[in-house]
Ligand binder design. Structure first.
Ligand code: ADP
Ligand code: ADP
Length: 227
């Protein structure tokens, strides 16, 4: 479980990105942060893997303050997926996915085997394994990004608008397949989107943020639909 306790972030230029955010993201569930551009969603995600340090409050993972562990150890347990996949352009699909297993000492063969398994999990044909990212469609690149984030089998996944850069039809199929993957892997997920329909479709819990990083609502999708 990820717990935000009165977390705030003020950037050095004075911007109040997040203000007194308190919420709990339960295990094996997708908690969606939704709200307009600039409401502090990305800042909140990046505080969770310590790419951004909060100005106040605490973030706990399974009850322990994330500042109590070395950053590298924290990040090993957290996969991160961003909007434009952020793949390494000069590495093949299989090599991109295997990056973390290789860093963790897996030999080349075992890492490749794991890459191919993950490609199947995210719905990528394994014939694409030796292609380079620029030879893939946007939707395929995002699938590689998801596979890469899952490669170290992290307990937590942070996903920042992972499906926003692809067209609506591809987006829908990515969302549906992602729900199937989650049913299998059961990660603790923080998922950022500005799209309320996407939030309702995939979220188990939805945190609605407003300008200045204020939490306006924290509810199940059904409760949001009833309002
Ligand atoms: P969202 O993900 O909801 O679009 P962000 O977390 O990216 O929101 O940004 C929240 C606010 O903080 C915005 O006003 C943004 O301009 C500002 N912001 C983000 N990063 C920085 C930074 N490094 N320095 C100053 N202001 C920033
Ligand atoms: P999507 O349905 O994900 O939007 P696209 O229409 O972008 O797919 O691409 C359709 C097919 O064309 C995909 O199978 C992809 O692998 C292939 N493709 C796209 N761009 C390239 C490229 N630059 N080189 C080789 N194949 C490509």
């Amino acid at each position: 479980m990820i717990t935000f306790e009165n977390v705030s972030k003020r950037y050095p230029d004075g911007t109040e990105a997040v203000a007194g955010l308190s919420l709990e993201a339960p295990d094996a569930a997708i908690t969606v942060l939704v709200g307009p551009s600039g409401c502090g969603k990305t800042t909140t995600l990046r505080m969770t893997n310590r790419l951004v340090e909060p100005s106040g409050g605490r973030i706990l993972v399974d009850g322990a303050d994330i500042r109590e562990r070395p950053v590298a150890q924290l990040r090993r347990g957290i996969g991160y997926v961003i909007q434009h996949a952020g793949l390494f352009p000069h590495r093949t699909v299989a090599e991109n996915i295997a990056t973390v297993p290789r860093l963790l000492g897996k030999d080349r063969r075992a890492a490749r085997k794991r890459s191919l398994e993950l490609m199947e999990l995210v719905g990528l044909e394994t014939v694409l394994a030796d292609r380079y990212p620029h030879q893939l469609s946007g939707g395929q690149q995002q699938r590689v990004g998801v596979a890469r984030a899952l490669a170290a089998d992290p307990a937590i996944l942070l996903m920042d608008e992972p499906f926003s850069a692809v067209d609506p039809i591809v987006r829908k199929s990515l969302q549906e397949q992602f729900l199937q993957i989650q049913a299998e892997v059961g990660k603790t997920i923080l998922f950022v989107t500005h799209d309320i329909d996407e939030a309702i479709r995939i979220g188990d819990r939805i945190a609605v943020l407003r300008e200045g990083g204020h939490l306006a609502q924290f509810a199940a999708p059904r409760e949001l639909l009833e309002k």
